[in-house]
Structure formats: C-alpha cells, structure tokens
Design a protein around this ligand. Structure first.
Ligand code: PLP
Length: 382
C-alpha cells in the first residue's frame, strides 16, 4: 500500500481481512474486467442465472454431498446475516411455531452493521440506543458451557437460530469445543438452526478452507463474504442446509429476499476466479482442506518471538492477535509499524495480523524482522 504521506507498507491485514490473494491478483482482476465487457448488469432477483448457478454448484460441492442444498446471494456480510435471521424465523413458522422468536449470539461477537446484524453483535455498537426490540437478541458467554446450556434451555423452542463465528474476529478467539457441543445438543432438544458466520474466517483465514467444516456436526447455514471475491465486489453468499431447504420446498414456501446487486455477473466472475485460485494455487478442493501457507505464518510468529517480550499471542492459521499489558498502546504501535513499512490492524492494547496468503519468502522474512524490532523497541521503552 502507498499512503498519501508517501509511506509504502506491506499490508499484513489483507485489507479488511478480505484480500488474501493480494491486491493485484491478475486472475480475479481479469475475470471481473471480462464480465464487465459482457454487460453492465445481471442479477438473480426472482430468477437465477447461469453464472450464479455455476458458482453455487462449486460452493456446494466443496462440502460432503447433501450437506448444503441451496445458495442465496446478498451484497455484504451484514445483509446476509439479516437475511439469515429472517430465514430462520420463517423456518420456525413453517415448522408450526408462532410465538415470538429470539436469536442467540456470543458476547464479544461481530456480525455487522445493518439492524439485525448489529443486534446479533456482542460488541458495543450503541445497540441500546438504536434497537427497538433488544429482547429478541440473546447473548451467551464464550467460555462457560454450563451457562450456555442454561440460557439456551431457558428460551427453548423460541430460539430460531444460534449464530457462531468459528473464531471471533475481534481478538481472534477460537470457538470453545465444550460450548460448541452444548449448542449442538441444544439444537437436538429445541430445533433451532445453527449458523456458521464465516464472513471473516471463510477461505482459509483460520488455516482451513472453512473452519466450520471441521466441526463435529454441520451448521445448518454458512455465511460467506469478504474473501469470497478477494475484496473486489460487494458480495456475500449463504449456503443453506439441504434439510432446511426441504422444509420450504415441501410446503411450496418461498423465502423473500432480493437485493438488486446480489449475485451480479461481476460478483460471480470474481467468485469463480477466487475458487480457481484456491483450487489451483493451494490445492484446496474441499471445505475442510488445509491451507499450506499456515507453515509460513507459524515460522513468522516464531521469529517475531512476541511471548519472550511478555506479549500474548492468540489465534489460528493466518489470523492472530498480539496483546500487551494496559500500557501497550496498540494504536501508537500500529502507527509506528506503518512508518516502518507494515500495516496491521491496531486495537487499544493489541495489534492484529491477517496476512495475505501470497507473500514471498523475502516478504515474510522482512516483515518478521521489522515487527520484531518494533515490538522490541516498544516493550523496552515501556
Ligand atoms: C464475522 C463477521 N460477520 C459479518 C461481518 C459484516 O460484514 P460486512 O462488513 O461485509 O457487512 C463481518 C465484518 O467484519 C464479520 O467479521
């Protein structure tokens, strides 16, 4: 990246975690440009398209046969999560439940900015001042499986869906296995839908193509965005479980959700090119495939040796947070790093790393040296 003040820096945040294949990915760029010459618009409102069906089939075929049966398109992670809230409520209705539903999500989570997605988010986004029905959004703790069971059982069949980030983007906290297990067991008791919000984690960010593909049981719906088009298009996709789709199909019921630009020709061209890249460059042809590049990330973290400076490192795959004590000024560290040639995502007392998957050996080595030096300086200066 080149900034207006003349600083040039390597982006270790991959844009907003959405450009894992690099800013100048030729395949994605050329595919989008070629689609632009075909026509200025082609969407999927009240219909499908050849381009959208091709992408949908490719996404579904990454998973074990029969796991996901339909794909819906939207234009952002937020819009997709709102669509999923609506879908989960209609699903409940189709199963004959008509009392007021609630949706469940985690403390500290982030699901987006639109009204529903903001309601889901556990981070403080001033929900208290803007939500008119806050009681419809129930939060559970990330690390207390007993409490999660109690809360889920107290709402029982009123729950339409539980939204899970397989690894919370904020703080790169991996999902607790015991909590996940409670959610699956509660799903059997109460019949709600489990949603994997893979907007940030999808396409290799945690070191696996899709992190929820390694769960013991499948999510009913999976939400994808960000890397889906390598950051080139406002696009998202929702994989709908075959059983969920069957409930609607059996009753001839529709799910009304249509966004003008969803599933556009340009977005589909970008999605196809991204899938080609993951297949050909990294050999990732299944939802649970391992990203080979995680080895470089591990070596990079070893070289930086943040723990020896008293810094905590947490995360998975290609997604890590380095946290310091109260006096670690993450924003100042972020600015120092930018001047030294590295872009990171700065928090109050932490910095976050979500590097692209296409760095050269030299870029990894230089980045490790710069980061180590700067962290060392900051820790030594106090
Ligand atoms: C897990 C998760 N869900 C949803 C969103 C919202 O996506 P968008 O910014 O495309 O609306 C984000 C964005 O960071 C996210 O990380």
């Amino acid at each position: 990246m080149r900034f207006a003040d003349g600083v040039s820096a390597l982006d270790l945040n991959s844009g907003l975690w959405n450009v894992p294949l690099g800013y100048r990915n030729a395949r994605v760029g050329e595919a989008v440009m070629a689609a632009m010459t075909v026509g200025s618009y082609g969407g999927v409102f009240r219909r499908s398209s050849v381009a959208a069906e091709e992408v949908a089939e490719r996404l579904v075929h990454l998973w074990p046969r029969g796991t996901y049966g339909k794909v819906l398109f939207a234009t952002s992670g937020s819009a997709a999560n709102d669509a999923v809230i609506k879908l989960s409520r209609l699903h409940r209705r189709r199963l004959g439940r008509s009392d007021r539903p609630v949706v469940v999500s985690f403390e500290g989570s982030y699901h987006g900015q639109t009204l529903g997605a903001m309601g889901l988010s556990g981070e403080d986004l001033l929900q208290g001042e803007m939500l008119t029905a806050p009681h419809e959004f129930v939060k559970v703790p990330v690390d207390d499986s007993d409490r999660v069971r109690q809360i889920l059982d107290s709402h029982g069949t009123r729950i339409s869906a539980v939204f899970i980030e397989p690894l919370q983007g904020t703080g790169t906290r991996p999902m607790d296995d015991a909590v996940l297990q409670e959610i699956f067991e509660a799903r059997r008791r109460h019949g709600f839908l489990v949603i994997a919000d893979e907007v940030a984690t999808g396409f290799g960010r945690t070191g696996v193509m899709f992190r929820s593909a390694r769960w013991r049981e499948s999510a009913d719906l999976v939400v994808l965005s960000k890397a889906l088009t390598n950051g080139t298009q406002a696009a998202s996709a929702i994989l709908v479980g075959s059983e969920v789709a069957d409930v609607f199909a059996a009753q001839g019921a529709i799910f009304p959700h249509g966004e003008t630009q969803a599933g556009s020709l340009w977005a589909c061209a970008a999605m196809n090119a991204v899938l080609d890249e993951f297949e050909e460059r990294f050999g990732m042809v299944t939802a649970d495939a391992q990203l080979p590049e995680t080895r470089s990330m591990e070596q990079f973290l070893d070289k930086v040796s943040a723990p020896s400076m008293g810094l905590q490192v947490r995360g998975e795959g290609m997604f890590y947070t380095i946290t310091g004590t109260e006096d670690f000024d993450g924003l100042a560290v972020g600015e120092r790093l930018r001047s030294a040639g590295l872009v990171v995502h700065a928090g109050l007392h932490s910095i976050q790393l979500a590097p692209p998957f296409v760095l050269s050996h030299q870029q990894w080595a230089d980045a490790a040296e710069t980061l180590k030096e700067e962290l060392h300086r900051v820790c030594a200066d106090g």
